[in-house]
Write a protein that binds this ligand. Structure first.
Ligand code: ADP
Length: 362
């Protein structure tokens, strides 16, 4: 009987060994599967055990933590602190493990913003990093826009309020001769408000990317003449000489937007170039197979330090001059966005004191 008993035990132990072998193979398969899943993510992913020891990670995580130079074995030995300096990352990972709840935090590293989502996983934690820099910048940009618009609206609104009170006084005291002058100030500031609201709307629509372009064959002469006609009120009395050159006859573009580009660039030249001897050239030329619009003037030009800033929303080079002459600080920003929407660029060639040339490449 004993051999029979012994035989059963022998079989049991073989079965047990086989089962252990199967389990080990299963664990190994699971490990490999987890590694494959973590590697497949394009976002940085990190798996840590209950002692906060990293067990799995992918290349984006190694890049994010700037540990590319280290071998895999060395990475395994590093503690959380050595991977990331930010204490809030360690806290989020530890809280996820201790609470068994998912934790989300946002943090900034090297000028970029991230959201870190930590979820409990197999007594440890799995952490995914999302780069939310674009989102943050868009949020900040919307906030800046609201602040800037409110600031810009305040000046004309304050003038309208003040002069309306004065006008009421004028009427009450019978100073009729002052009424016309004060009403004219109100009218001027209402025009300014309208111009501002129109420009803000344009910038918002262009920046949101929601405006589909109406692309068609556009005659360079027709679109330039249409733009000059809308500027006629200003240009007729300004005394500037305006010269046109149509070396290119046509381009594929949205005519209304191209007209806006010319109005803004020529409008600026009329504003900043002294009328006496002032010359503005609008030239349609070809350069390396691309249609190029050049708006050149012989005015004061733009200094090196202003160049990188003048396409920013609400940026004015010369506050007093721009505001006095009706500038909103949005004209060049609108030009930039229209060019980007056309897959083109706008650049400046200028030296202070020797005129400015705005170059729009379609
Ligand atoms: P705005 O003219 O309403 O101030 P813009 O965005 O059109 O706003 O222009 C931004 C700034 O660029 C202006 O305030 C001015 O300082 C400068 N600028 C634009 N065009 C010219 C030009 N032709 N000559 C000199 N400076 C210019």
């Amino acid at each position: 009987m004993s051999w029979l008993f012994g035989g059963t035990r022998g079989r049991e132990s073989t079965d047990l060994q086989a089962r252990i072998g199967e389990l080990e193979a299963e664990i190994l398969r699971g490990e490999r599967r987890l590694s494959e899943i973590v590697t497949a993510f394009s976002e940085p992913v990190w798996v840590l055990d209950s002692e906060l020891r990293p067990t799995h990670w992918n290349a984006p995580l190694v890049a994010l933590s700037r540990k590319q130079a280290l071998a895999k074995e060395d990475l395994r030995d590093l503690g959380v602190h050595a991977w990331f300096r930010e204490p809030e990352i360690r806290d989020a990972l530890a809280t996820t493990i201790s609470s068994g709840q998912s934790v989300k935090i946002q943090f900034e590293a090297d000028g970029r913003f991230y959201e870190l989502s930590c979820s409990p996983f197999d007594r440890g934690v799995i952490a995914v990093f999302h780069d939310i820099t674009q989102l943050k910048r868009a949020e900040q940009s919307r906030l800046d826009m609201v602040v800037n618009v409110s600031h810009e609206l305040r000046t004309p609104l304050t003038a309208i309020k003040g002069f309306t009170d004065t006008l009421i006084d004028d009427l009450a005291t019978g100073r009729i001769e002052d009424c016309r002058q004060h009403a004219a100030v109100i009218a001027r500031n209402v025009d300014r408000l309208l111009e501002l609201v129109q420009d803000v709307l344009q910038v918002s629509i262009l920046e949101s990317g929601e405006m589909p372009l109406q692309l068609r064959n556009v005659s360079t002469r027709a679109v330039t003449e249409a733009a000059l006609q809308s500027l006629e009120q200003v240009s007729r009395h300004s005394g500037h000489r305006i010269v046109t050159d149509y070396a290119v006859a046509e381009l594929q573009a949205d005519p209304a937007r191209v007209e806006q580009v010319i109005v803004n660039l020529v409008g600026n030249a009329l504003r900043y170039v002294p009328a006496d001897g002032g010359e503005i050239r609008i030239r349609w030329v070809e350069d390396a197979g691309r249609v190029v619009l050049r708006v050149e003037d012989n005015g004061p030009g733009i200094s090196e330090e202003l160049k990188p800033r003048i396409f920013e929303r609400f940026f004015r080079g010369d506050l007093g001059r721009s505001r006095d002459s009706g500038g909103t600080g949005l004209g060049l920003s609108i030009v930039k966005h229209i060019m980007i929407r056309h897959g083109g660029t706008v650049s400046i060639e200028s030296q202070q004191g020797s005129g400015a040339a705005f170059i729009c490449r379609f």
